[in-house]
Design a protein around this ligand. Sequence first.
Ligand SMILES: Cc1cc2nc3c(=O)[nH]c(=O)nc-3n(C[C@H](O)[C@H](O)[C@H](O)COP(=O)(O)OP(=O)(O)OC[C@H]3O[C@@H](n4cnc5c(N)ncnc54)[C@H](O)[C@@H]3O)c2cc1C
Ligand code: SF4
Length: 334
Amino acid sequence: MKPFDYLSPTDAADAVRSVAEDPAAVFLGGGTNLVDHLKLGVVEPGLLVGVTRSLPNTIEEIGDGALGIGAGVSNSELAADPRVRERFPMLSQALLSGASPQLRNMATVGGNPLQRTRCVYFQDVTTPCNKREPGSGCSAIGGWTRDHAILGASEHCIAVHPSDMAVAMAALEARVRVLGPRGERTIAFVDLHRLPGDTPERDTVLEHGELITAIDLPAQPIARRSAYRKVRDRASYAFALVSVAAALDVVDGVVVDARIAFGGVAHAPWRAYRAEEVLRGSAAVEGSYRAAADAELAAARPAEGLDGGNAFKVPLLRRTLTATLRDLAREDTR
Ligand SMILES: Cc1cc2nc3c(=O)[nH]c(=O)nc-3n(C[C@H](O)[C@H](O)[C@H](O)COP(=O)(O)OP(=O)(O)OC[C@H]3O[C@@H](n4cnc5c(N)ncnc54)[C@H](O)[C@@H]3O)c2cc1C
Ligand code: SF4
């Protein structure tokens, strides 16, 4: 591992300044993703700026049923919070479906959405990878693609974003509070992550030195009836092949409203606006759920690959969405 310096300021503005002034500096949250990358040589920063001492670590009521979650809150604390479990069950379930209890104790709300892709070529520094080394090529295209994107990919990168928490945050219309060298700004969670386009090395819209300080969850009455369903190779301790975060409001057998996002299928948490549109006003029946899935998946472009490719994700996601909506509608008979 390349030697690096380490700072651990108690003030967020100091942390921002230290990173902003040094192109080779990075923030360190719980370290559960970044330290792995240091060991693998995927990133080689000259300075690590620990932020857990300077970030808020409380979950606060910020008015009208909204919650403000400090970026220093651990994934375990957020999942266990009684208000999150009651008002936003999909978020609690998403967090608990990720990693292991030990990792969730270390992982932070700020670091989780910024974890890097699990593409095996990104993590193997002996292979070309446009995300790790821009312009070097994409080893996944025509290689091992089972875990890769079916939506929104480009000819430069077909990686998926791995966070479960982020999928729920996208469906819940969360907002990200950011402190940067030029002050504060707020970003809609759905706009935080980027599709790869021709600059796949940029996962998000954050600029160098911008620190996530909190994530705000606006009141979403619909989210009280919500769920996160994750399909993976093992029952635990595995990333999603596909996942669905969904909330459904059904009145007299008709879908009044829906919030849906997908994980494991794109470079960003994928908000399924087309599916939501099809559902609104439709009968709460199996046919409507399949039609919603088909509307969203019309844009799917599976990758071929040495391992048989990932076309299986299309029917898998269709079935996962349908089953999730069916279960929510069953609960939501009023
Ligand atoms: C074996 C294993 C299995 C896992 N399984 C899952 C899973 O199933 N689902 C899942 O979602 N995750 C999974 N994870 C990933 C884990 O959830 C993430 O590593 C963790 O959430 C990252 O948070 P962190 O605070 O440790 O971030 P760090 O590792 O500290 O940082 C990650 C990135 O975010 C940046 N950063 C950190 N904090 C901030 C901030 N406040 N503002 C700006 N930048 C910041 C860092 O510079 C770095 O680039 C797994 C990890 C491991 C090791
Ligand atoms: S899919 Fe993206 S991350 Fe994976 S090798 Fe290609 S460019 Fe790199």
